[in-house]
Design a protein around this ligand. Sequence first.
Ligand SMILES: Nc1ncnc2c1ncn2[C@@H]1O[C@H](COP(=O)(O)OP(=O)(O)OP(=O)(O)O)[C@@H](O)[C@H]1O
Ligand SMILES: [Mg+2]
Length: 365
Amino acid sequence: MYDLELIKLRKVYPGGTVAVQAFDLRVEKGEFISFVGPSGCGKTTTLRMIAGLEDITDGNLIIRDKDFTRVPAEQRPTATIFQNYALFPHMTVRENLAFGLEVRKAPAADTKRRVDAIIEKLELGAVAGARERSLSGGQRQRVALARGLVTEPDILLLDEPLGALDANLRKSIQEELKILQRELGITFVFVTHAQAEALSMGDRVVVMNAGVVEQISAPFELYTRPKSPFVARFIGRNKIIDGTLTEAGSGAATVKTRFGALKGVPTFDASAAQTGAAAMVVAPSEYVSVLPTGAPMEGETDSVSGEVTALDAVGQVVYVSVRLDDTQSVRLETYREKVSGQSIAPGAQVDLRWKPERASVVLAA
Ligand SMILES: Nc1ncnc2c1ncn2[C@@H]1O[C@H](COP(=O)(O)OP(=O)(O)OP(=O)(O)O)[C@@H](O)[C@H]1O
Ligand SMILES: [Mg+2]
């Protein structure tokens, strides 16, 4: 049994905008799922369909084997936390926390017990009697989280809940949230458009683009093995070289590029692939070294040569801009000690080198 299943979920808004197309997802109990994608790709719409705040145009929403597609929001075992928190300003923190339970007609003694427990869990005792305007950003965020959790949902839906926080607070609340989620064992669906946040928090990450699910993978897999051109460009800092597929086996594929034949691990079904199809070699920056032309490197490597056009140093980190040809330049991050004393300077010829098994071959269409 899954905690949450989206089966060909689709949303067309009354004006005709297709916000979400055929979204398929199965989530295990206790999983932390992140949704990431550019503005307008359909993240909030999907979350609102799960919460029951938006009608589902087509497809099915299943929670623990029960069909909730047409069940009203207040009868769903979900709770939602939005970016703007939406606390009631005239109520104290304690009253805000009790409100959701009162709406659900929980007995008063039960409400008090649960509110006390969540206040303790999220360390809100000192502000329990305060109103929203006197809370800091971090406290507000914690109250919003408490208000979602106090109803003891099976699934907690979070829509950019950390978006209003400054970078430091955001980082510490990310960690807290992840620890809390593990402790509670509740399924979290977490929407963000910050890829680092999606990757660091999610057990799996769903990448969306223009209403379509591009890839669902664990973070490292997503980072190192993109399955579509969109993911290759959107996630991580990949170096991408276009070409055509000339050979594809299960563990390795070859792409003919204007810089010669380059290899990589195919992220598509190699048995079904057509040679001659448009393809790209995708190498994560972290695996690409910049070396003086002809410098040796251990093991089998692929390489592309170019000319250094600029070096920009920020502390110990140096960004090397390399012009590969008239149409393509790349920028690589390296360390000062790796370029100092070597012939890596503007005007110098260099090789970009990487191990073929670190690169992926992605079909372009
Ligand atoms: N109530 C609505 N009526 C009509 N169209 C809508 C409505 N809400 C959203 N849309 C459209 O649906 C698409 C998806 O919007 P959605 O809010 O789900 O995107 P998002 O991924 O959450 O973006 P963001 O990162 O900016 O929050 C967009 O094209 C948006 O303009
Ligand atoms: Mg949104």
